[in-house]
Design a protein around this ligand. Structure first.
Ligand code: EPU
Length: 417
């Protein structure tokens, strides 16, 4: 199993480039199932989840060609409208093929994802939404079978709670449904807007993406399109925190500052100088001492849950007590225990963690439990005294493109074992 070996204590400086967004590219790839023409996606990140989605689409019958960060996907015909357990268990986002398959092929068979390290993460809202659009849903042998042989029909869908992939799944189902669909209490994340832009290029009629009410007027068919994926705001945010935690002076290039507002506010509150430059560059300069700042995770435009673990690592180096409240997932503090093994002073109770700092961290052998938790352990390793070995880096490879190379180029001592 691959590991990262990190020697801490080096300031990061120079430039680091942001890749395309994993969480935007995944639904965009699934959207290619909605047409028999080619969909070309640019700026797709070279991460494991994307390769998994490529394999899934190929199993379903699509021709998937990748050339660097450019993917061409053509689902000429759907030969097997199924997402098997083997793939779903390694990547929950596989359930994003459910909506497009029912819309295009009239049926889908998708394995139910099991529990997850960060919470239960059911997909009940995807399913009840599809039922409203007229699909018949059955659950058998751990699989969801959805059928709509006569096609889907537009409906009013009010999400009980905000769900990112649920909004994406139903948006993709509704674009080919007859008549109008209204998605209320929809997610407003930039990844939803990016997906809607791709779908509109393919011929869909969508209004309101990026707000909590999305209106879709179904069309009989969609065509191919070419689309450039937005920059990964979570990768960018992780690098901004890396600059800040190492006392560095780092330029994060190719980001979208408008997607990072909540993080930039909090960084400034902690005393970090963040300056937006031309073409999406953000320069972070760390102060001589960081201040503790509380965060509460929320849906966009709030503070992203996918940056909570990284923020916790940063707060171990800040003066004072910071309260971190996790509102999206019920079990997303596994990194706290590993950070504590490195010397952090963190107590957790329910969905709240209190970090008292600054505490010197000392290198240790730690285990990554999920994607963003692994990023926080890497950040802690960058500032810890001595050697840190992060085990199970396959988690980090799911969502960060060659993170060790990007960090080394900015002066970190990190290598893959
Ligand atoms: N939820 C339900 N029922 C549903 C759907 C969601 O109860 O049918 C609950 C979830 O259990 C959770 C909350 O609603 O407590 C929000 O979950 P959401 O559906 O928004 O999460 P997701 O769509 O499964 C995406 C990202 C996650 C990110 C969350 C929140 C992708 C592929 N994944 O997941 O990204 O944390 O939104 O922003 O877009 C990551 O990249 O590391 C990652 C976990």
């Amino acid at each position: 199993m691959e590991k990262f070996q990190i020697h801490g204590g080096r300031r990061l400086s120079g430039v680091v480039e942001v890749s395309g967004s994993k969480n935007s590219a995944l639904p965009a790839m699934a959207a290619a199932l909605l047409t028999d023409e080619p969909v070309v996606l640019e700026h797709v990140p070279g991460v494991r989840d994307i390769r998994t989605m490529g394999r899934l689409l190929a199993d379903i019958g699509a021709a998937v060609e990748a050339q660097g960060s450019r993917y061409s996907i053509q689902a000429g015909c759907i030969t097997s409208p199924e997402a098997p357990y083997d793939l779903v268990k390694t990547m929950r986002a596989s359930s994003l093929v459910l909506g497009p398959l029912v819309a295009r092929a009239g049926r889908a068979r998708v394995s139910l994802p099991g529990g997850c390290a960060i919470g239960a993460r059911p997909i009940n809202l995807h399913l009840s939404g599809l039922e409203k659009l007229g699909a018949r849903i059955r659950q058998e042998h751990g699989y969801i079978e959805a059928q709509a042989p006569g096609g889907l029909t537009g409906a009013q869908i009010h999400f009980e709670r905000i769900t990112v992939t649920g909004t994406e799944d139903l948006l993709m189902a509704a674009v080919l449904a007859g008549g109008e669909t209204v998605l209320a209490n929809a997610a407003c994340e930039p990844e939803i807007v990016d997906l809607a832009e791709l779908l509109v290029k393919m011929g869909a009629r969508i209004q309101g993406a990026g707000t909590s009410t999305i209106r879709i007027l179904g069309v009989p068919e969609l065509a191919g399109a070419t689309h450039r994926i937005i920059p990964d705001r979570i990768e960018a945010g992780t690098f901004l925190i890396a600059g800040a935690i190492t006392g560095g002076d780092l330029e994060v290039r190719g980001a979208r500052p408008d997607h990072l507002g909540a993080l930039l506010d909090k960084l400034r509150g902690a005393g970090v100088d963040c300056a937006a430059g031309p073409e999406g560059s953000i320069r972070v300069r760390a102060p001589s001492g960081l201040k503790a700042v509380d965060v509460t995770t929320q849906e966009f435009p709030g503070f992203a849950t996918d940056l909570q673990a990284q923020w916790m690592a940063l707060m171990t180096q800040a003066e004072g007590a910071s309260i971190i409240t996790e509102m999206i997932f019920e079990n997303r503090f596994l990194h706290a225990l590993e950070l504590a093994r490195m010397g952090a002073d963190i107590s957790t109770q329910g969905h709240r963690a209190v970090v008292r700092g600054p505490t010197p961290l000392s290198g240790a052998a730690v285990i990554a439990s999920d994607l963003r938790a692994s990023a926080s352990l890497v950040l802690a390793g960058l500032v810890a005294r001595g050697e840190t070995v992060v085990d199970r880096v396959y988690h980090i490879d799911r969502g960060y493109e060659r993170i060790e190379r990007k960090l080394s180029a900015a002066g970190a001592s990190i290598r893959r074992l």
